[in-house]
Design a protein around this ligand. Structure first.
Ligand code: 9UX
Length: 72
């Protein structure tokens, strides 16, 4: 079963950042779909929670040089 979560992401400044974030999310096992918005500073991610955790999504974005947080 898949879960969908919209993460807040700080530090994205251009389309290259969007591609970076999309790339690291899509590379994670269990991530089915990732839609990143520069304007909103968000990523909506659909994933299989049995394979990847929200914390792992956040860590992958942070490792790519951005600051991700769960929705308030
Ligand atoms: Mo654009 Mo982002 O020149 O890491 S790629 S600011």
């Amino acid at each position: 079963m898949s879960t969908e979560l919209t993460l807040k992401i700080a530090g994205m400044s251009c389309g290259g950042c969007v591609r970076s974030v999309s790339g690291v999310l899509s590379a994670l096992p269990g991530v089915e779909h990732a839609e990143v918005s520069l304007e909103r500073g968000e990523a909506t991610v659909r994933f299989d929670a049995a394979q990847v955790s929200p914390q792992q999504l956040l860590a992958a974005i942070d490792d790519a040089g951005f600051e991700a947080a769960l929705p308030a």
